[in-house]
Structures are given as structure tokens and as C-alpha cells.
Write a new protein. Structure first.
Ligand code: AMP
Length: 213
């Protein structure tokens, strides 16, 4: 059960649940969104290529994302498994994983109705240093604006504005939602309903994975 994919609309809580699973099972959370944001922050060539798509809520090209994912899962800490958070996001990316010979054990969808997503997004915060996820209401930091994990500054993402959230949801429905069928066919798909409270969703996630709470 150590190679997992988390599927779900932007704001469904993938990052938060990936962190909980990572802490519990001791396997890394691999977030292509966090890696891309880091590259943008550092002004690397990759960051420059990705920035425009990210700011507008579009997807970064499959070639770029598949490349960074491939390098990341080859690192030693991923040898015993990992949680993919935000990858794959297109059928082409899922096929690339298959081609790489990565045998996924479980694909967990966190389902949250669209109408609840927009309200949740305005309270979302992310640590600009380590990428940890927070929410001012549902998962606040102990000290306002400061990451509990690394002491970095928590900020609102530039792509969390209401207009960009709507285009990201449309992109999700068009490009990423078909992955539910893709993985349902392999018998690997499990769906958990995202709850209002983070801890309630985590309980359902652990139960679905057969992990002790
Ligand atoms: P996230 O933090 O997962 O919401 O990702 C933030 C942004 O990074 C997305 O809106 C995309 O522009 C880009 N991104 C992250 N992961 C991928 C991916 N697997 N494929 C294409 N673009 C991605």
C-alpha cells in the first residue's frame, strides 16, 4: 500500500491529507505543485517556463511535469513508497507513470462538491519555505502567519483568487477527472468524501487505507 496517488479538485484537501499520510507511514509526499512553486520562487529555468501557466490556472506541459516527477521518484527517500499529490493530472501523465513501470497500489480520490471548493480556497494558506498547507479556519497555524513545521512565512497562493479558482476547477473537470475512470478500470480507485473538519477526513482516509488512526 505504499505507492499512492491522491486525486481531487484543487482545494479538496490533497496536500493536507498527503501530509497526514506521510507523517503516519513515513513515506514522502511528492507534490508537483510545491516543486513548481519552489522553482518559480528561485527563478530557475523550469520556474520561468512554468510560471505563466500556473498563474493563469492552466496546467504546465506534460513533458515538463513528467520530467520532474521522474527525477523525484528516483531519489532514495522514495524507494519505499510515496504519496503523489497533484500528479498525474492528465491521462498522458498517468500513461507515463505506467510506462516508467511504477506500480501504483491505491488511488484515493478526495471528493468535495464544487460549490464548497470556492469558499474553502479563500482561507487557504501555504508555507512559502516548506510548502506545508494550512487553512485559517480549518487548519490554522499556532502562531498567525508562521508555519508550525519550519517557522517560515505562510502566504496566500497567487492562483487562489476566485477567478483563477474557477478556471482551475474547469481544467480539473476537463483534464483530470477522466483519471477516475482510468484508475477505476484497474480496480485501484477508492473515494473518500472530504469533510468539513480536516481531522474527520483524515479518519476516513486512514480507514480506507486500513491504517490505525
Ligand atoms: P497544485 O499545488 O497541485 O494545485 O498545483 C499548482 C499549479 O501547478 C497547477 O495549477 C498547475 O499549473 C501546476 N501543476 C502542478 N502539478 C501539475 C501537473 N501534474 N501537471 C500540470 N501542471 C501541474
Amino acid at each position: 500500500m505504499n505507492k499512492m496517488i491522491l486525486l481531487g479538485a484543487p482545494g479538496a484537501g490533497k496536500g493536507t491529507q498527503a501530509e497526514a499520510i506521510s507523517d503516519k507511514l513515513g513515506i514522502p509526499q511528492i507534490s508537483t505543485g510545491n516543486m513548481l512553486r519552489e522553482a518559480v520562487k528561485n527563478g530557475t529555468e523550469l520556474g520561468l517556463k512554468a510560471k505563466e501557466a500556473m498563474d493563469s490556472g492552466a496546467l504546465v506541459s506534460d513533458d515538463i511535469v513528467i520530467g520532474i516527477l521522474k527525477d523525484r521518484i528516483a531519489e532514495p527517500d522514495a524507494a519505499n513508497g510515496f504519496i503523489l499529490d497533484g500528479f498525474p493530472r492528465t491521462v498522458a501523465q498517468a500513461e507515463a507513470l505506467d510506462t516508467m513501470g511504477v506500480a501504483i497500489d491505491v488511488v484515493m480520490e478526495i471528493a468535495v462538491p464544487d460549490e464548497r471548493i470556492c469558499a474553502r480556497m479563500s482561507g487557504r494558506r501555504v508555507c512559502e519555505s516548506c510548502g506545508a498547507s494550512y487553512h485559517i479556519e480549518y487548519k490554522p497555524t499556532t502562531v498567525e502567519g508562521i508555519c508550525d513545521k519550519c517557522g517560515g512565512k505562510t502566504v496566500q497562493r497567487v492562483d487562489d483568487t476566485p477567478e483563477t479558482v474557477l478556471s482551475r476547477l474547469a481544467v480539473y473537470q476537463e483534464k483530470t477527472a477522466p483519471l477516475k475512470d482510468y484508475y477505476a478500470k484497474t480496480g485501484k480507485l477508492v473515494t473518500v468524501e472530504g469533510q468539513e473538519e480536516v481531522a474527520d477526513t483524515t479518519k476516513l482516509v486512514f480507514k480506507a487505507l486500513g491504517v490505525q488512526d
